[in-house]
Design a protein around this ligand. Sequence first.
Ligand SMILES: NC(=O)c1ccc[n+]([C@@H]2O[C@H](COP(=O)([O-])OP(=O)(O)OC[C@H]3O[C@@H](n4cnc5c(N)ncnc54)[C@H](O)[C@@H]3O)[C@@H](O)[C@H]2O)c1
Length: 296
Amino acid sequence: MRAVDGKVAVITGGSGGLGRALGRTFGRAGMKVVLADVQPEPLAAAEAELRAAGIDAAGVVTNVADPASVDALRDATVERFGGAHVLCNNAGIGAGAEGRMWDHELNDWRWAIAVNVMGVVHGINSFVPVMLAQAERGEEGHVVNTSSGNGAISPLPSTPQYSATKAAVVTISECLYGQLQEVGAPIGVSLLLPGPHMMRTGLFESWRSRLDEFAKQRPRQTPYTTVEALEAQMRAAGIEPQYTDPAEVADGVLAAILAGQFWIHPPSERSDQQLDARTASIRARTNPDYLRPVPG
Ligand SMILES: NC(=O)c1ccc[n+]([C@@H]2O[C@H](COP(=O)([O-])OP(=O)(O)OC[C@H]3O[C@@H](n4cnc5c(N)ncnc54)[C@H](O)[C@@H]3O)[C@@H](O)[C@H]2O)c1
């Protein structure tokens, strides 16, 4: 997109740490902002915060795991603001499964796949046709899918549901990018790997937004994790937690939308030095020729 002023941005997971920061950044850039989230109270607070800052914002309670709910989000957006130009498929959860992988419950997998993978698919299915119709009138669009270095680059063995679903988001985004190029649509796609460090957000307490249909099947043996507990574990292992400010990530997303950049992956000493071999294939894929359609 060459300009975003006056355009409409839709952000799923919009009341969380990164989603809220995206709302602020887009709003400051003159966009109208729709925040969508499954948690009504934080959503109302996020909407109120943006409005108090003079941003034309709306909050729509949405469950990205439910295609009808995402269709309703689209309808509410078009009714309120007349269209949708930027879609951030950003809602995500960490399943927080207990024990080893072979002990994990099927609902841990189902929940993560429903939100982290199908949530992205539902966003694409509901909003890309709107963007394609707008493109007929010469309006540009952009889809940003939030993945994670944990899965996109290398998995943390302790989080198989999260890593596997975030890896799937990479491939979904690459295919979407390739197909939109093939049809010549003025709709960009970006794949976001927030970083270089983790963001201190609600992600580490995702159990707060666990959907009833994917409820735990057995009682927990250990208390739910908190970000403080995680930090204590890291310090006990001799690692001082380092954080990235979601506002910085959000600024990078806006810059990538304006630059038409696919990969949004802030470099870091850690990823450069320790993950060098693993990221080599990813970096090869950042070659702009990689996703260019093959004739015939
Ligand atoms: N925090 C990090 O360090 C980090 C790192 C890499 C990637 N990410 C990704 O960034 C994105 C944003 O996460 P965050 O860190 O801001 O965490 P967060 O928990 O603060 O925000 C996620 C939001 O998604 C919402 N959500 C959960 N299930 C939903 C559903 N079914 N429908 C709609 N909304 C739902 C939650 O209510 C929450 O507001 C996620 O996709 C996450 O996986 C985060």
